[in-house]
Design a protein around this ligand. Sequence first.
Ligand SMILES: N[C@@H](CCC(=O)N[C@@H](CS)C(=O)NCC(=O)O)C(=O)O
Length: 255
Amino acid sequence: MRKLKGLEEFIDVVWLHWALGEKGWYFKEEDNSLAKDPYYGYTLLREFYFKADPGYDKRFTVPMLWDRKYETIVNNESSEIIRIFNTAFNGQLPPEKAGIDVYPEDLRSEIDEVNEWVYNKVNNGVYKTGFATTQQAYDENVYPLFESLERLDKRLSDGREFIMGSKLTEVDLRLYPTIVRFDAAYFTLFRCNIKMIRYGYPYLHKWLLHLYYDFPEIFKGTTFLEQLKKGYASTRFGITPAGPIPLIMERQAAL
Ligand SMILES: N[C@@H](CCC(=O)N[C@@H](CS)C(=O)NCC(=O)O)C(=O)O
């Protein structure tokens, strides 16, 4: 969203290390992460949360949008950050960037409706499936997840470019991170293994490759699959990745 709207001048990105430590996300000089955060020299994400509110007692999650002037958290909910970025800087952006609207008025009710099931059954569905500790919980989530992938594939089968039609919207932006990780992480580690995106959902796979390869600044350039794979495989579940690390399929081979 930051790249799509051209907000680089207003919003810095500071990456944390891909591993989730005992005390949550942390900095370490490896891959995208610096040894420390460049503003305060913090080594843990939680330090920002405590700076904003010394009594903070909830989860220390990413993404987190920090206001450097007021030295506090603006928001830590990705769907709300998308909406903020969609309009908040329009007054300072060139017309071609200010004109980009991923939540256009005429599509709002349909976007809200699609977001609802995509979030519950796909974005959150992979987590509910992966973290299920009973067979019943697994079954209750894994089937709706795959029914929803089917539904998305069918939707895209009419040749539309994006989920809502001819316009890139927040629905695409919200769905992309889950789909791009699906085969590499969720299929195996989270046992979301009824079908793979690349073999089971041709239209969804085509949509994914279209975003990834045809808008490289926005998608490919902000997707770090190797780090993601290391994070999912090694940190949370005690599984050492044997390698090789799966990557997105070459376009040539897929079409
Ligand atoms: N509502 C948040 C949820 C964010 C979230 O759960 N982030 C995970 C990483 S994908 C996290 O930071 N987890 C750290 C933890 O649970 O300790 C959003 O979607 O923006």
